[in-house]
Design a protein around this ligand. Structure first.
Ligand SMILES: NC(=O)c1ccc[n+]([C@@H]2O[C@H](COP(=O)([O-])OP(=O)(O)OC[C@H]3O[C@@H](n4cnc5c(N)ncnc54)[C@H](OP(=O)(O)O)[C@@H]3O)[C@@H](O)[C@H]2O)c1
Length: 287
């Protein structure tokens, strides 16, 4: 597995990370969740991204990674909401959220802690920013991060607080990377496989339905038409984020992503065609 330095954060991780959203899905039982995380480790995955809003994902990830030392794997989660008895998007919620995450993830430090998809008005609250800075100063959080796109991302970039940004980056969603990132910041790509919108299924989720519309609107190069998942992975992993998250409940799909990484960057003309397709439409980033 290819590894990369995550910007100038001092962290290094596998280029394919496990997006552990599906890990929280109750359709996956505990044993299958454990097998997924252990299988990911066997594939060389050392970056795991979770959130309080992903059901039991944090709890299951914490259990499955309990034997792994902090230096071996990077754990990334989200903050700002979901602490019992505490108002969301307050300094107290961020402070207590860090302690909650350390407990449930069974770690001494959260390597990357993102404020999760909040807008400019929340980012303007000093108590929230200070709570995150304090957690970094106290060694509870390695890198302060922001996850989101659009106006929230633009506001976050201007603050000088965050050293890592988790942004959408895929065949049909390139706004965040096209607008550029602060020097030295780590960039984690989310929605790498465009939520599998290349399998046109009449998705009910509005974000996935939007991706389906976008994907159907483009005359794709052959490599994308023939093997869209592999092309999506190769597009996202080379030339944009330092690491790309793949959300899957299936180890075979994660293994396919790792295999696609081994194929290296897409040919230049294919990459250009993909960038031009987005450049013509200039679709906005989906959070
Ligand atoms: N911070 C945020 O607000 C935010 C938002 C979105 C995502 N994220 C992060 O980014 C991660 C990835 O994003 P995502 O999960 O939304 O979307 P994604 O990785 O683009 O797509 C996930 C979907 O792709 C399917 N899939 C995986 N490999 C496939 C293959 N080879 N062929 C066909 N389908 C395949 C998965 O189904 P199977 O389970 O069947 O494999 C799943 O339905 C998340 O898990 C999360 O960590 C963060």
């Amino acid at each position: 597995m290819l590894t990369r330095a995550l910007g100038e954060t001092g962290l290094r991780g596998s280029v394919v990370g496990l997006g552990a959203g599906p890990l929280g899905d109750e359709r996956l039982d505990d044993a299958a969740a454990e097998r997924l995380v252990r299988g990911a480790l066997d594939l060389g995955v050392t970056l795991f991204d979770t959130a309080p809003s992903y059901g039991r994902s944090e709890e299951r990830l914490g259990r499955a990674l309990a034997g792994q030392s902090g230096g071996d794997v990077l754990v990334s989660t989200k903050l700002g909401y979901g602490v019992d008895g505490v108002e969301d998007w307050t300094g107290e919620c961020v402070r207590r959220g860090v302690d909650r995450a350390l407990g449930v993830l069974r770690r001494e430090r959260i390597d990357i802690a993102h404020l999760h998809s909040c807008g400019p008005e929340i980012l303007a609250r000093e108590e929230i920013r200070r709570a995150l800075e304090d957690a970094v100063r106290d060694g509870k959080v390695g890198v302060a991060a922001y996850s989101g796109d659009g106006d929230g991302l633009r506001a976050a970039k201007s603050l000088g607080l965050f050293r890592c940004f988790q942004v959408s980056h895929n065949l049909v969603d390139q706004e965040a990377c096209a607008e550029g990132m602060p020097d030295g910041a780590a960039v984690l790509g989310k929605r790498t496989l465009l939520n599998a919108a290349f399998v046109l299924q009449g998705a009910e989720r509005p974000d996935v339905a939007e991706y389906e519309r976008r994907f159907a609107a483009v005359e794709w190069p052959e490599l994308v038409r023939d093997r869209p998942a592999a092309a999506a992975l190769r597009f996202a992993a080379f030339g944009g984020p330092h690491a790309v998250l793949v959300g899957t409940s299936r180890l075979d799909n994660l293994a396919r992503a790792v295999e696609a990484l081994d194929e290296g960057p897409l040919p230049l003309e294919t990459r250009r065609a993909i960038e031009e397709a987005w450049g013509r439409a200039r679709w906005p980033g989906l959070i």
